[in-house]
Design a protein around this ligand. Structure first.
Ligand SMILES: Cc1cc2nc3c(=O)[nH]c(=O)nc-3n(C[C@H](O)[C@H](O)[C@H](O)COP(=O)(O)OP(=O)(O)OC[C@H]3O[C@@H](n4cnc5c(N)ncnc54)[C@H](O)[C@@H]3O)c2cc1C
Length: 422
């Protein structure tokens, strides 16, 4: 299937693709032919990035129609899926086979290939980003041939978070583990004092996955704690109060009243029905928001949040909610969490495009002392020099891209300008 890209937009409607056409192959063979025949081509996933990272001057190719084709390894430690598969489909099939992923992002409707490419993460101070569970990637390279990069290969750490610059990923092999169960409990009205000193790090370590939500009012309005149930146990005891916040089992929407969030009542359920914020069987309404996110060292987290709070009056008129999450350090070259355990300071904005564009440099300025790294798939105003200063291995990544794609077949305006320096 092919779309004319004239009016094709990303999920949020914040970017209209400039590419001439969007191709949707039905098989890896077809994908290879498309790459072979296209002088300029970039991959498009499920369109959930908020900026122009996926766009390019030629055609876009989106492997989302290629069947999921989940194959579980004989040792049941890994599973291979089509890159265009959504986590929702992958998680459902894994659970049916008694297996699990280590973590999920907030929205399970995002493609595995697209999430991996930008370093998408969930939360949990001992959980790496979703890209850290990648064991191998199969790329369709510039001449249309297949090339697999495996964990342990020399280029692997540079190839996992690749922003679509190395080729079109056709299959991804992910670490899997035995299925587990989890519960989600919500605590309301956490005093700001609870995150002072080492309070933030302690809170982030309280559950398997912890998220703090705030609108920069008198307190942190909610803390979502996802607790992993140890094997052999039916449930675990959780406290009624944490740091002055009270447990409250009422089900609420995330940024709207929509009934699309995973159970918050402390009930125990399978991992894939508790780790994401949004339910697999509901689709959050499209758009009406912009997202930005910055990553700082977790040890600097409280100071960085305090710096952002100095802008509360300016932020509040445009903000739907801020979410604070923790992600463990990794070694992937372009990872937002490369080399440091991180706090992710996320903003879901109302679609106030001009006001948000004016506000972001102010936020980036107060976060400057923390060398805050922007999320590759969200909106930031940092320029190429600022990005270069924040990603220490970006030079090695550029060399890798030159080896893999010397003619720049997989390049795109946003990627070239901000990352590849061309
Ligand atoms: C409602 C919502 C919730 C979100 N929640 C989170 C969250 O919890 N945590 C988080 O970190 N982020 C989150 N994001 C951001 C999102 O996970 C990232 O932007 C992710 O990259 C989107 O994946 P996608 O499949 O839509 O890819 P796209 O946005 O379509 O593309 C993103 C990048 O991936 C590349 N790409 C996509 N597929 C392939 C492929 N097969 N081969 C090669 N390159 C490819 C593209 O070229 C592009 O560079 C959220 C976004 C939305 C809209």
């Amino acid at each position: 299937m092919t779309f004319t890209a004239e009016r094709e937009q990303n999920w949020a409607g914040t970017h209209v693709y400039g590419a001439s056409r969007i191709l949707q192959p039905q098989s890896v063979d077809e994908l290879q032919s498309m790459v072979r025949e296209s002088p300029r081509i970039r991959a498009l996933g499920t369109r959930h990035s908020f900026n122009a990272i996926a766009d390019g001057p030629g055609v876009l190719v989106s492997p989302v129609d290629i069947p999921t084709e989940l194959v579980i390894a004989d040792d049941r430690l890994s599973a291979t899926v089509s890159a265009g598969a959504r986590y929702a489909a992958v998680a459902t099939e894994l659970e049916a086979a008694g297996l699990a992923l280590h973590n999920m992002g907030s929205l399970p409707h995002i493609s595995v290939g697209g999430a991996t490419a930008t370093g998408t993460h969930g939360s949990g101070s001992r959980n790496g980003s979703l890209a850290t569970s990648v064991r191998a990637l199969e790329f369709v390279t510039a001449d249309g041939s297949l090339r697999t990069v495996r964990r342990g290969d020399a280029d692997f750490d540079g190839s996992v978070i690749h922003l679509g610059a190395l080729g079109i990923v056709s299959r991804v092999t992910l670490d899997v583990e035995p299925s587990f169960r989890a519960r989600q409990d919500i605590y309301r009205n956490l005093p700001w004092s609870a995150i002072e000193g080492d309070g933030l790090e302690k809170l982030m370590g309280l559950g398997y996955s912890v998220s703090l939500f705030t609108e920069y009012g008198d307190d942190i309005s909610a803390m979502w704690v996802k607790t992993r149930i140890p094997e052999g146990q039916d449930d675990v005891e959780v406290p009624d109060e944490i740091g002055g916040a009270r447990r409250d089992p009422r089900q609420v929407g995330l940024v709207s009243d929509d009934d699309n969030t995973t159970p918050m009542d402390g009930s125990v359920g399978p991992w894939h029905e508790r780790l994401p914020h949004f339910r697999i069987d509901r689709t959050p309404s499209n758009g009406e928001e912009i997202q930005s996110e910055y990553f700082v060292a977790l040890a600097d987290g409280a100071a960085a949040v305090a710096a952002v709070r100095t802008l509360a009056d300016r932020i509040q008129p445009h903000l739907l909610v801020t979410e604070l999450r923790a992600v463990a350090a990794d070694d992937l070259w372009l990872s937002e969490t490369q080399g440091r355990d991180s706090l992710c300071i996320h903003f879901t904005w109302a679609r106030h495009v001009d006001e948000v564009a004016a506000l972001l440099p102010q936020i980036e300025s107060v976060l400057e002392p923390f060398t805050a790294r922007p999320h590759w798939g969200k909106v930031s105003m940092l320029d190429a020099a600022a990005i270069e200063a924040r990603y220490p291995r970006i030079g090695e990544f550029r060399e890798l891209v030159t080896q893999w794609d010397p003619s720049g077949k997989f390049g795109g305006g946003y990627l070239d300008r901000l990352v590849l320096g061309r």
